[in-house]
Design a binder for this molecule. Sequence first.
Ligand code: SAM
Length: 272
Amino acid sequence: EPNGTDPVQGWIPQGIDVTRPSIARVYDAALGGKDNFEVDRQAAAQLFARVPDIREGALENRRILSRGVKFLVEQGIDQFLDLGSGLPSAENTHQVAQRHNPDASVVYVDIDPIVLAHGRAILAENSRTRVVTADAREPKAVLNLPEVRELIDFSRPVALMMVAIVHHMADDDDPAGIVRAYLDALPSGSYLFLTHFHANGSPEATAVEEELHGAHDSGRFRSREEIEAFFGGLEVVEPGIVTVPYWRPDGAVAEPLTPAQKLLLGGIARKA
Ligand code: SAM
């Protein structure tokens, strides 16, 4: 049931707060999507004003997501728990995974109800995919969601995806403890796939961090050491934890990378 209209989005799903920007919707706007509202486009415009090619940075994150999911299917993974999945965009986890293995299961979890509002429409026909609204900072609750229990068999390896979500967790949330709590629930042979904003000292990194704080009171860029710590105790696969365009690129990487392309570090690691 719509509760209003928006000139770009058309309809406003019920229960959606359009007076404040949301991370999912601003990211969608940065990617050039249409599932966002005026307040989100304004926040995105401020990002574009400071980092004109920010879209390329967001696209690099979507590209590693797609390459990473394909890699995970090639390792035999057919169950994906995608935390902070975001609004449907091009090449979503279930599309990539199910293209390579039609039997793959995907549970999308996002704190923002807008994701469910759009995801439900897209996924209604797909019995191997679920979308749930939940806070990923509560591993016990998420791991016990009926949708998760229905589609994911915890006696077999799982891919835990935390792609561009952990930098929205504050230090007080204990993000390392959260990642560990999920991994502890997964059997040997499972994988962690994580990307994260990198505090690399560039003016662009500072600008994005400031804008996220202004718009969302969220967004913690972390050092390489802090990001590597999330992978502690796991076997990191080649080429390691790298600036995302360098993670198993499909072809030669066009250099030099722009600062926006260098905003995130990411990698995949296996639980022994
Ligand atoms: N994973 C997608 C990707 O990489 O393209 C989307 C990333 S988007 C930058 C971050 C998403 O994380 C948003 O959709 C936001 O709503 C979600 N998010 C932030 N904090 C969260 C939390 N505590 N629990 C669940 N989702 C969260």
